[in-house]
Design a protein around this ligand. Sequence first.
Ligand code: ATP
Length: 243
Amino acid sequence: MIPEDHPRYRSLKVRESLAEAARRGILSLEGLTAHGRGEAFDYLIGERTTASAAEAERLCALLLMSARRPVISVNGNSAALAASAIAELQKASGAAVEVNLFHRTEERMACVSRYLAEHGVVVLSGVCERLVPLGHDRGLCLPDGIGSADVILVPLEDGDRCEALRKMGRVVITIDLNPLSRTARMATLTIVDELTRALPAITAACRTEKPGVLEEIHSTIDNHRFLMEAREEMRLRLSDAMD
Ligand code: ATP
């Protein structure tokens, strides 16, 4: 039992729910360690949404709403942390949701899909093909989903798929607290914010922004600036802590 007045109450509750998700097979054990890396970077950024990340979240909403075929790619961590928020974003943005796992078994695919459906997500189904040129199972995707998407939101991604999707000409948006990761550097747009803060912010922006012309919005995005601003926030917090 975690006391509500514990200074790290929220973080401890999230860890507890992720451990439970791992026991249920939604999250892989490896996913638990990936969460730890995210927590470390969240500490550095002050566990809050920066003005720069809020701007990236607004742009993400615009890209999703202006896409012809937007898809949200969901892995075990994203499902375990934010299934209901994904359902809300799907409703607000009109994006399709596809499950894509690195540690993929048919059983886990079914388990994650079922968990998302229980939280109101409409999950794409069908026969996956290796449409993204990768040696591992993240290359498997649905022809009607990631296979033909023009804009793909890939929260908590790994860098090689992000790079492969970019090479295929797709607009790739990621949510990644690590501004140094390959994913963050490879994406068209990186939101350096914690997933459960970022998704509701994107959903809120979908409700207020109007769709535009995808290419025009794309051409205004300077991902390097978002990464530099996140690194600067972290640097300032570290140097403040030393004073
Ligand atoms: P890359 O190949 O891009 O360098 P990586 O090896 O760091 O990726 P993973 O181990 O798959 O990638 O980790 C996923 C990323 O997600 C990490 O960079 C981590 O900082 C980030 N992350 C983990 N949890 C969260 C979260 N809740 N919100 C936002 N980002 C998170």
